[in-house]
Design a protein around this ligand. Structure first.
Ligand code: BG6
Length: 505
């Protein structure tokens, strides 16, 4: 891998401490960083190099360094540097340029830089402009890459404006938009499950699949992020990005290779095939909810409007469910149901593929003749794995059928640890592999898709927001989305093989 300097803007902030430094340190421990490597933290706090090392690494309470070899620790600490900047907006970024050049000289590095914007989103257009003004955007003998975190805009207009601003300073091939769901092993594994096996793909279409369901549930509330969350809501925070990326992995066509552009182009095609939900259809196809105060396992839990930083009359959704169709050859007529929410009964993300019944019912289930809907459950987290549900004969007289499951747990495959999403993604940007990063055109396509929903939810008071008690599976009206399908959502448990009422949460 090429030697490089990993520059973090907003280095004294929460993300650097929580995710970036821990991920870089894991890569260091696993000997995966390039031999010429330095981190340059940049932000307004007046740290020295040593103070920065202490703050984000040596005294980082999120890192357990007690068992780590002193030399490994010291080696990593020596790679960390810090450059204060008086002001992001008005400063002359030549101080950053000079410091990078000094580090290049000191460690004999060739001038390859990654600029990671771990700053508030209002700086996403500003920092790149200043970098470009210093020529820090130019590829040549060396390369320059820019990484940004979501939110990539707030709606379609702001996302287009942001894309324009970024693309005026950096080429699209230099821009890496992080969606940490794409860094999850299990989300990547969906492509392998589909495209490395002969048995699934022939069935993966409208002829055999009845519907597809994706649930991404969290048991936590908004915690201390109320101020941020209230301006975002579930649709922007989870659905427009993470969930739709999962949809792409379930539904895209086979790419011609596993290269970044091949995969990302297939995703774009899929997003372009989403059937628009028009404003007058929003009430029918999209449900929003907000959690109410309740008791969970004997503990009193606050309602969303009582959370810190949340206005008492907030109509921000903490739950969103959507029904939609994909208008292409493969998926014509197959409904997709997706939902996400905070303060649901457990933390779980999974995809459920429900197959059509066989054409003729021969056998009895629960004393009446019926056919089974086989299901494949792809569990993204936790208890990562795959479950295939099918019917078996109940031993004894007659032909009674019972649903049973065959399960694979990802843990059984692992010899070492499953890498954290950020480890994988940071390593990829160092290698220049954008496969697991969202491309600008796809992001815009997804904003287009959610725009009518955003508009109606913001402006039409007749479209209700439903309360749901914290710790439940969201507003009961969300069941009506699936109604008429003679089944309802699979309400998953912590454990992959269990569902519905009797499970550990
Ligand atoms: C983030 C959202 O992008 O994803 C959070 O902003 C959410 O609100 C988180 O909690 C969920 O990520 P994960 O990896 O814990 O499922």
């Amino acid at each position: 891998m090429d030697p490089l300097i990993f520059t973090i803007f907003g280095a004294s902030g929460d993300l650097a401490k929580r995710k970036l430094l821990p991920a870089l340190f894991e890569l260091h421990k696993d000997n995966l960083l390039p031999s010429g490597f330095a981190v340059l933290g940049v932000s307004r706090t007046a740290f020295s190099d040593d103070a920065f090392r202490e703050e984000v690494f040596l005294k980082n309470e999120l890192l357990d360094l007690s068992q780590v070899d002193e030399k490994v620790k010291a080696d990593f600490a020596q790679k960390l540097f810090y450059q204060p900047i008086p002001d992001y907006e008005k400063s002359d970024y030549s101080i950053v340029k000079d410091r990078l050049a000094e580090l290049d000289r000191q460690f004999n590095l060739p001038g390859n830089y990654i600029f990671y914007l771990s700053t508030p989103p209002n700086l996403y257009s500003i920092v790149p402009k200043h970098l470009a003004a210093q020529g820090l955007n130019e590829n040549g003998q060396h390369w320059r890459r820019l990484v940004i975190e979501k939110p990539f805009g707030y709606d379609l207009d702001s996302a287009e404006a942001l894309n324009n601003d970024l693309q005026q300073c950096f080429q699209e091939s230099q821009i890496y938009r992080i969606d940490h769901y794409l860094g999850k092993e299990t989300v990547q594994n969906m492509l392998v499950t589909r495209f490395a096996n002969g048995i699934f793909e022939p069935l993966w279409n409208r002829n055999y699949i009845k519907h597809i369901e994706i649930t991404s549930a969290e048991d936590m509330g908004v915690g201390s992020r109320g101020g941020y969350y209230d301006k975002s809501g579930a649709l922007r925070d989870m659905l427009q990005n993470h969930l739709m990326q999962v949809v792409a992995h379930v539904a895209m066509e086979p790419p011609i290779s596993s290269g970044a552009e091949a995969i990302r182009s297939e995703k774009l095609k899929l997003f372009q095939s989403l059937r628009p939900i028009h404003e007058h259809q929003v009430g029918r196809y999209a449900i929003r909810g907000q959690y109410l105060a309740s008791h969970i396992r004997g503990l009193q839990v606050k309602g969303y409007r009582d959370e810190e930083g949340v206005p008492k009359d907030s109509i921000t959704e903490t739950y969103a469910a959507l029904k939609f169709y994909i208008d292409n050859w493969r998926w014509a007529g197959v409904p997709f149901y997706i939902r996400t929410g905070k303060r649901l009964p457990t933390k779980v993300t999974e995809v459920v593929i429900t197959f059509k019944t066989p054409p003729h019912a021969l056998f009895q289930k629960n004393d009446h003749f019926t056919n089974l809907n086989n299901q494949i459950v792809m569990r993204i987290q936790p208890d990562e794995g795959l479950l295939l549900k099918f019917g078996m004969k109940v031993p004894g007289a007659g032909f009674k059928v019972k649903t049973t499951g065959m399960d694979f747990h990802y843990a059984d495959l692992m010899e070492g640890k499953v890498p954290e999403a950020y480890e994988r993604l940071l390593l990829d940007v160092m290698k220049g592999d954008a496969t697991l990063y969202a491309r600008g055109d796809s992001v815009i396509e997804l904003w287009k898709f959610v725009k009518p929903i955003q508009d109606v939810w913001a402006n039409d008071p007749d479209v209700k927001i439903y309360g749901y008690p914290a710790g439940t599976w969201g507003p009961s009206v969300a069941d009506d989305l699936i109604k008429g399908e003679d089944m309802t959502w699979r309400n998953p448990c912590k454990n992959l093989t269990n569902d519905d009422n009797y499970c550990e949460l």
